[in-house]
Ligand binder design. Structure first.
Ligand code: NAD
Ligand code: FE2
Length: 383
């Protein structure tokens, strides 16, 4: 059996690590950046931490700040035009998954213009050329888009969110500076943090998992479980640990895939604009329950990573219940709603949602085989 591992060329970690940006730009002889971000990050002086640094060192850049959560095909197309007009030769992505993913799509299309329609990038495709070099600076903890080979774009016309998997989109440099994340409101820390936990758990039990990815996912579960509550309360050490935990999860899942939680979360983003982390968080414990019987002894490893030492020697059926309960408790502690009805899902859409989830790229990685009818049942169960 042969396995593949793709990671960033260079990554920096820790509070204050953003200053490494300047050396990296100079060392690589980049001339001009297009900074891809969103308006809130400019307004809250998050993106400006980076542009101030560029100003200080006289490095040239333009800004594209029109990204919105669940970024659309039209936003990508606009970004491509702005990149062409700017004469930039590299991208700096500043933000959560939405600006990161938009920058990836822009970078890929600039060097592979036959995909200018954006839709043709869906799924696992091999583009001819690597994206324009991307320096990724995440501001949520999170999607780990800075280390993944994936990006997710919303097709508004067809009410779909589609995943693109392409090794050519991975940022060359990632700077994971928790000071860029500290300004997140508690609810955003909670939602993006449970997104990261979902990556770690789905990546650990997905069909393609193997020993090296297991190592990353178990460590990520441990860090996130330890740090998320503190991070949500505003503890800087908690935020710094979450920055690392989400990255470690990304190193894993990007290389092995995810599962049904993400498959069912994506349609919620497409139909209602549900924040990605919230959609995952509400679904996670229920899908874990559904998957339990197809995961062998793996929930015992998760229990260990979550510090559930008292239950480790119980029969696996019992351990599974405790693990699901611990995830529910974590959700509760950080303020995640319990039901899909609480986050704006409409019962009459469930049939259509199930169709879309069944077709999602992530669903194929789920450890338990699932059909459209079962997905519909699961949506109704969580509703
Ligand atoms: N590429 C991948 O591998 C991958 C993985 C998981 C999810 N995703 C995608 O990423 C997107 C979600 O990204 P996200 O959850 O990081 O959120 P986001 O990028 O959509 O941002 C959500 C909101 O948070 C705000 N925000 C971000 N950082 C902040 C900060 N430091 N302080 C204050 N406000 C801040 C933004 O301005 C925005 O309004 C979804 O489209 C999802 O499908 C991608
Ligand atoms: Fe995710």
């Amino acid at each position: 059996m042969a396995y593949r591992m793709i990671l960033n060329e260079t990554s920096y970690f820790g509070a204050g690590s953003i200053h490494h940006l300047i050396d990296e730009v100079k060392k690589r002889h980049f001339k001009k950046a297009l900074v891809v971000t969103d308006k809130d990050l400019i307004q809250f002086n998050v993106a400006t931490k980076v542009t101030n640094l560029l100003d200080e060192f006289g490095l040239s850049y333009d800004i594209f700040d029109e990204v919105i959560p669940n970024p659309t095909i039209n936003i990508v197309k606009k970004g491509v035009e702005i990149f062409k007009q700017s004469g930039a030769d590299y991208l700096i992505a500043i933000g959560g998954g939405s600006p990161q993913d938009t920058a990836k799509a822009i970078g890929i299309i600039i060097n592979n213009p036959q995909h200018a329609d954006v839709r043709s990038l869906e799924g696992a495709i091999n583009t001819e050329k690597p994206a324009v070099p991307i320096i990724a600076i995440p501001t949520t903890a999170g999607t780990a888009a800075e280390v993944t080979i994936n990006y997710v774009i919303t097709d508004e016309e067809n009410k779909r969110k589609f995943v693109c998997v392409d090794p050519h989109d991975i940022p060359v440099v990632a700077i994971i500076d928790s000071e860029m994340m500290a300004s997140m409101p508690a609810s955003l820390k909670a939602a993006t943090g449970i997104d990261a936990l979902t990556h770690a758990i789905e990546g650990f039990i997905t069909k393609g998992a193997w020993e090296l990815s297991d190592m990353m996912h178990l460590k990520a579960i441990e860090i996130i479980n330890r740090a998320l509550r503190a991070s949500v309360k505003g503890d800087p050490k908690g935020v710094e640990d979450m920055a690392l935990g989400q990255y470690v999860a990304g190193m894993g899942f990007s290389n092995v895939g995810l599962g049904l939680v993400h498959g069912m979360a994506h349609p919620l983003g497409a139909f209602y604009g549900t924040p990605h982390g919230v959609a995952n968080a509400v679904l996670l414990p229920h899908i874990m329950e559904f998957n339990a019987e197809s995961t062998g002894e793996k929930y015992r490893d998760i229990a260990k990573a979550m510090g559930l030492n008292d239950v480790l020697n119980q029969p696996i059926q019992e351990v599974r219940k405790h693990v699901v309960e611990a995830v529910k408790q974590l959700n509760k502690n950080v303020g995640i709603p319990e039901r899909l009805r609480d986050i704006g899902v409409k019962e009459q859409d469930i049939h259509e949602l199930a169709k879309a989830a069944f077709e999602d790229v992530c669903t194929g990685g789920n450890p338990r085989e699932v059909n459209e009818k079962e997905i519909e049942m699961l949506y109704r169960h969580v509703y």
